[in-house]
Design a protein around this ligand. Structure first.
Ligand code: OKP
Ligand code: ZN
Length: 344
């Protein structure tokens, strides 16, 4: 299968994120994408191509104009004040505060357009996140053009970003932008299967009232795990979208057999929905060795994951999300793709 990759991801390199009361080096680093790319090349998965430029239109089909404007201008506003460290928020408009009035000052804007302090903005962030969206869109075009599958080697990831907020290392929701693009290009029904360890709260929020995009999440229980405030089993969509959001929260320590049971159930729901295209939000932070996660999948298990997804028999777009065991991220992610490729 073809991989789409852009070097521009390197322009986004945050220095620090909050963890356990300290500013620590960010886990979401450029080396992640480089290791995945080397593994793609090592196993000769297929051709590696650069992204085409799709402009703002497909991004604005998912994200609000004021949020996109914020992302484009945040670094300039921040550095205008003489600041040189990463831009991070420290105040948020929570319950019973005014969430209707977009603030002017950059510190207020950072809080207004985010839900955590895990998404540092740096000088090259906009260029990198726009290229990441173009990577997903270019891979979507491959699938639309008749390829059985394509791999969008996106970085930064996207599934925590909603219509109008960033969070969890995510700024633009690459998978959602690609899914919406596929809808706009004529696919009647699209399914998104999110296998990242963390709940894809942004993707869920974007499609929550809709029946034309089925969103299925397998993830650590938000009662004990980030992103904490979305992804519970009883969230099933609203209005016309009722029944088209499915959540499979699992406890810390979940091993592959239990995880695979959920995947099996999820795949049967996807099969019943009958999507024209499948988008997989591919995170491999379910790995036993992941430094910020608590599931226990092993490297060979990812081959089985790819095989099961292949048996859905749908044109499939893989969009890279998380995975922080950097030395093993290439092996684990590409195992999913090889498991898929090796299954008829
Ligand atoms: C992004 B993705 C605290 C540790 C966790 C954010 C995790 C984001 C995960 N600093 N903070 O879903 O892999
Ligand atoms: Zn994750």
């Amino acid at each position: 299968m073809i991989t789409v990759y852009s070097e521009l991801h390197k322009l986004h390199h945050g220095r620090g994120e909050w963890m356990a009361g300290q500013l620590v080096p960010v886990f979401e680093m450029p080396r992640r994408a480089e290791i995945i790319l080397s593994r793609v090349q090592e196993v000769r998965l297929g051709e590696v191509i650069g992204p085409q430029e799709f402009g703002l239109d497909p991004i604005l089909r998912v994200h609000s104009p004021n949020y996109v404007r914020f992302l484009q201008t945040a670094w300039a506003e921040w550095s205008k004040l003489g600041r040189t460290h990463d831009a991070l928020p420290y105040a948020w408009p929570v319950r019973r505060m005014n969430q209707g009035l977009e603030p002017q000052q950059i510190d207020a804007r950072l809080g207004f357009f985010s839900f955590d302090a895990a998404s540092p903005i740096t000088p090259g962030t906009w260029t990198a996140v726009a290229s990441s969206a173009n990577v997903a869109l270019t891979a979507a075009e491959q699938v639309r053009g008749g390829s059985r599958a394509a791999f969008a080697l996106c970085r930064p990831p996207g599934h925590h970003a909603a219509q109008d907020y960033m969070g969890g290392y995510c700024f633009l929701n690459n998978a959602a932008i690609a899914a919406q693009y596929l809808r706009d290009q004529g696919a009647e029904r699209v399914a998104i299967l999110d296998v990242d360890y963390h709940h894809g709260n942004g993707t869920q929020a974007i499609f929550y009232p809709r029946a034309d995009v089925l969103v299925v999440n397998l993830h650590a229980d938000p009662r004990v795990e980030y992103p904490y405030f979305l992804g519970h089993a009883d969230e099933r969509g609203e209005g016309a979208g009722e029944g088209y959001t499915l959540n499979y929260p699992m406890p810390w320590g979940t091993e592959f057999p239990a995880w695979m049971e959920r995947l099996e159930h999820a795949c049967r729901q996807i099969q019943a929905y009958g999507p024209e295209v499948l988008v997989v939000s591919l995170g491999v932070d379910t790995f036993r060795g992941d430094p910020i996660s608590q599931f226990r999948l092993e490297s060979p298990d990812y081959l089985r994951v790819g095989e099961r997804i292949a048996r859905l028999g749908r044109p499939t777009l893989f969009v890279m999300e998380g995975g922080y065991a950097v030395e093993e991220i290439g092996l684990n992610a590409v195992n999913v793709l090889q498991g898929f490729e090796d299954t008829a």
